[in-house]
Design a binder for this molecule. Structure first.
Ligand code: PLP
Length: 369
């Protein structure tokens, strides 16, 4: 095997010498964290880039999810999707909230709004959908249900950096949207995350909660957590933002090359992009159908044998992990679509440094079957 290994993603790292001036600034002003100048600049720059009003930065997306739930005082039961990264449901359990899983739509792979109402009980206080792969949820249908039943909506928007629909940023929907800036995501700060919120008052409460609940030196208003992003992470975010348009353009080109190259292969269904006017191509999911010569796991292994490391996002389903699998809503007969998709899905490598030769090699392995 002479080909170099290709992984599902590779973090985008700008040239190191471009980062040094940022470090010099941090060394000069000796503020390392607690909302220093880099932190303030990144919040402002991200608001402008994403086209949203208020952003609170975090040390990672999971703490941001936990804090989002705390900030709205969400309790009881929350309706969510099993087809996501485990942090979505873990953020509920960690807050003492019961996740109630509903099935996904077979085309968008996002929470099926038609299944939400039947899952609402007197204990339900919120809905936590995921814009899976950066593909927009049916935000209008979800908001309508939330308004009817007086529920909060918190989007896990970890995949949705930079995605827009016809009205602007996808992140403007719901009560809050939560981003992740983990190394594997489209935009990264090594580790990091953020909450997009609609008004200054909510952002202020979130700011207090992410700093132990401190309002001033002697006043603590809530049992907060340490969710602050450090200056070094914020500085890297500022640099990363300078390269993001280039990175997104390269992702779009890779997506297009895959779609052309994989077209017409019997049994390979490339998941469609729908509902966005600006996509981020954060993942490249395909479904391995029964009429493909190999099953999903065999194709996954075949690619591995060729030094190509895809990932089965999202398999296993969250609902099949042991801390959830005993729940009524986690039963397979409640989630037939999600269970079926989880057994067929495979995400191919996509990241800015992936070159055309590698893409063609990957297409070739899939085509040969
Ligand atoms: C990455 C991710 C998270 C967690 O974000 P971290 O920054 O890694 O804590 C949460 N939800 C989804 C859907 C994710 O993909």
């Amino acid at each position: 095997m002479s080909d170099k290994p290709v992984y599902v993603t590779q973090p985008y790292l700008p040239p190191l010498d471009e980062f040094l001036p940022y470090l010099e600034q941090i060394w000069a002003n000796k503020t390392l964290t607690n909302g220093g100048p880099m932190h303030q600049q990144l919040e402002q720059a991200l608001c402008e880039y994403l086209g949203v009003e208020h952003i609170a930065l975090f040390n990672n997306g999971t703490i941001a999810l936990l804090t989002a739930l705390q900030s709205l005082r969400v309790t009881g039961e929350v309706i969510t999707t099993p087809y996501s990264f485990v942090a979505t449901a873990h953020s509920l359990l960690w807050n003492g909230i019961k996740p109630v899983f509903v099935d996904i739509d077979p085309v968008t792979l996002n929470m099926d709004p038609a299944r939400i109402e039947a899952a609402i009980t007197p204990q339900t206080t919120a809905i936590m959908p995921v814009h899976c792969y950066g593909h927009p949820c049916d935000v209008a249908a979800i908001q309508k249900i939330a308004d009817t039943y007086n529920l909060r909506v918190i989007y896990d928007a970890a995949h949705a950096f930079g995605v827009q629909d016809a009205g602007g940023s996808l992140l403007r929907h719901g009560d809050l949207s939560v981003l992740s800036f983990h190394a594997t995501k489209v935009f990264n700060t090594f580790e990091g995350g953020a909450i997009v919120c609609p008004d200054a008052k909510t952002k202020q409460r979130i700011n207090h909660l992410k700093n132990f609940g401190f309002v001033d030196e002697v006043t603590v208003i809530a049992p907060g957590i340490n969710g602050k992003m450090s200056e070094i992470n914020a500085a890297f975010g500022l640099l990363q933002l300078k390269h993001i348009d280039h990175a997104l353009a390269r992702r779009a080109a890779i997506d297009a090359r895959y779609r052309a190259g994989l077209a017409g292969i019997k049994g390979i269904h490339v998941v469609e992009e729908a509902g966005q006017t600006v996509a981020n191509h954060s993942y490249f999911p395909l479904l391995v159908e029964a009429d493909y010569p190999l099953d999903r796991d065999a194709l996954y292994q075949r690619l591995k044998d060729n030094n190509i490391f895809g990932r089965r996002y999202f398999y296993p389903l969250i609902s099949n992990f042991p801390m959830y699998s005993g729940m009524t809503s986690a039963q397979r007969n409640n989630l037939p679509v999600a269970n079926r998709i989880a057994d067929k899905v495979l995400c191919l490598p996509i990241y800015p440094a992936l070159d055309d030769q590698d893409i063609d090699r990957i297409i070739d392995v899939v085509r040969r079957g």
